[in-house]
Ligand binder design. Structure first.
Ligand SMILES: Cc1cc2nc3c(=O)[nH]c(=O)nc-3n(C[C@H](O)[C@H](O)[C@H](O)COP(=O)(O)OP(=O)(O)OC[C@H]3O[C@@H](n4cnc5c(N)ncnc54)[C@H](O)[C@@H]3O)c2cc1C
Length: 473
């Protein structure tokens, strides 16, 4: 009875997506989870953060009401417990979609407990021994604690416990200017915290294009965040009711007094306590489980996906990975992770979304690239919406129109990027996007405008000659 076609360790987005796909194709599936179904994404990541961001945007909009010719009666006060109660409600509602009952109803056997490999084709969970034909490891990652003297003793928040706060910190230091640090710094600033944001690199979101990161920096400053780039937190101590942090930039030291510290300094893969050696699965403590492009580990029966191994730490790639796993593990598939078009987005305001190649990457690979940029303040709907910050930038292979990549900075960049991702997945060039008829006015008109700019950059001598002739006649 305890023999499965596919045994999955970890019920985050990667594990769940593989479990659904495998069960739908008729496989016997076991899913082992040691904590909460839905993993980091549902419980401590994407969902609670996007929920709190939604409320924080509303507060920002209320403060900007006059710009829209609207009045907010009385002063604006933030009811932080109510904000967090909404986070819990949303999380509870979405957790129904992945409840053990729902999973059981589609034929997935759910086991709660810590999974450990007992051999190359078996896993123990509690007193049970489960055997498998194929297994998938999707155990995710956990927050990294930077080695700052005094940090442990003073205490700090991470994404694992920040959504349990019942009181908004008056003064909050956020360490880390990646997506998690920037999103939460902005959200808490809008909810009333006096936020200091420290990043040890010269710009936020190190992997994004410079102008996108610069726009974000400006937006965070407008939200009143005290920004420290190229700065390191080097020591923490408690003085009375204050937590005092030493910040160093070049040779200059500054001290800030705060009430709470939130660390958003990256994650480390969950590879410990799985007895991976017993299963013959190689791993690296920092990079996670070693996989090839087909997501296979060093044990041919076992695959891995998601934050425990891949470079892109986003749940939609985890879902893609889950589907690849089912094809490759159960049906002799040869699907490659590198063949996927993977957009991502940082949900600050404005949002920063990207898909495909960056300019620097194209230059490194000697790919001839041409970029077409439309600023959001040229787009009618963005002006009407009062959402003029940002741009749509599409990179094409010179002289062909093949879309190589795009960056969108806009209030709804996460939605706008999808049109470009779809074109890239379907092999459509930028010219094809210019032929799309859209309702007017929409912000996605920015993409059509970029396509039109591309068309105008390609004078067709014969067509121009014919048109001129026709008109003169
Ligand atoms: C604050 C925050 C906001 C984010 N926002 C976004 C966003 O907006 N968009 C986006 O794309 N990404 C976002 N992310 C990233 C996203 O949450 C992760 O990439 C995603 O959750 C990874 O999915 P996963 O399935 O690999 O792992 P996880 O979701 O971490 O799931 C792994 C599961 O495995 C379980 N597990 C671990 N070890 C064992 C074991 N030995 N036995 C049994 N079970 C085990 C864990 O309990 C966990 O439930 C955000 C992350 C954070 C922290």
């Amino acid at each position: 009875m305890n023999r499965y076609h596919l045994l999955i360790v970890g019920a985050g987005p990667a594990g769940l997506s593989a479990a659904y796909a495998a069960a739908r194709s008729g496989a016997r599936v076991a899913l082992i989870e040691r904590h909460l179904l839905g993993g980091n994404c549902l419980n401590t990541g994407c969902i609670p953060s996007k929920t709190i961001i939604r409320t924080s945007r509303l507060y920002r909009d209320m403060r900007d009401a006059e710009q829209f010719g609207a009045q907010v009666p009385g002063g604006i006060t933030v009811d932080f417990p109510a904000v967090m109660a909404r986070v819990r409600r949303v999380r509870a509602r979405l957790s129904e979609f992945v409840s053990a009952e729902r999973l059981a109803a589609i034929g997935i056997d759910v086991y709660f407990g810590e999974a450990r490999f007992a051999g190359p084709d078996s896993v123990t969970v509690g007193a049970e021994v489960l055997r498998f034909k194929s297994a998938l490891i999707t155990t995710g990652a956990r927050p990294v604690t930077p080695p700052i003297p005094g940090l442990e003793e003073a205490g700090y928040l991470t994404y694992e416990n920040v959504f349990d706060l019942t009181e908004c910190p008056k003064r909050l230091l956020v360490i880390g200017g990646g997506p998690v640090g920037c999103e939460l710094a902005q959200a808490f600033a809008r909810l009333g915290s006096q936020v200091t944001l420290v990043q040890d690199e010269p710009m936020f979101l190190g992997h994004e294009e410079r102008d996108a990161a610069q726009l974000l920096s400006d937006a965070l400053a407008r939200d009143g965040i005290d920004i420290h780039l190229d700065t390191q937190a080097i020591g923490v101590r408690v003085q009375g009711s204050d937590t005092v942090v030493d910040l160093v930039r070049d040779d200059t030291m500054r001290t800030v007094a705060v009430d709470r510290i939130l660390v958003g300094a990256g994650t480390t893969p969950n590879v410990q306590n799985l007895a991976l050696e017993a299963a013959g699965v190689s791993y690296d403590a920092a990079r996670g489980i070693l996989v090839d492009d087909f997501l296979r580990t060093t044990n041919r029966r076992i695959l891995a996906a998601g934050d425990v191994c891949t470079a892109h730490k986003f749940p939609h790639i985890e879902s893609v990975a889950g589907r690849i796993v089912v094809a490759n593990a159960l049906f002799w598939g040869r699907q490659r992770l590198s063949a996927q078009v993977v957009p991502w987005c940082t949900f600050t305001d404005p949002e920063i979304a990207h898909v495909g190649m960056y300019v620097t990457e194209a230059r490194e690979k000697n790919v001839p690239i041409k970029t077409f940029t439309v600023l959001m303040h040229q787009v009618a709907r963005a002006i009407a919406d009062g959402e003029e910050d940002g741009f749509v930038k599409v990179h094409v292979r010179e002289a062909t129109g093949q879309i190589l990549g795009a960056t969108v900075v806009a209030r709804h960049a996460g939605d706008l990027i999808n049109e470009i991702s779809l074109a890239m997945s379907a092999g459509l060039d930028l010219q094809a996007l210019g032929r799309v008829n859209e309702p007017y006015p929409t912000q996605s008109q920015a993409i059509t405008m970029a396509a039109n700019a591309y068309m105008q950059s390609r004078p067709n001598a014969r067509r121009t000659w014919l048109r001129t002739k026709w008109l003169s006649w």
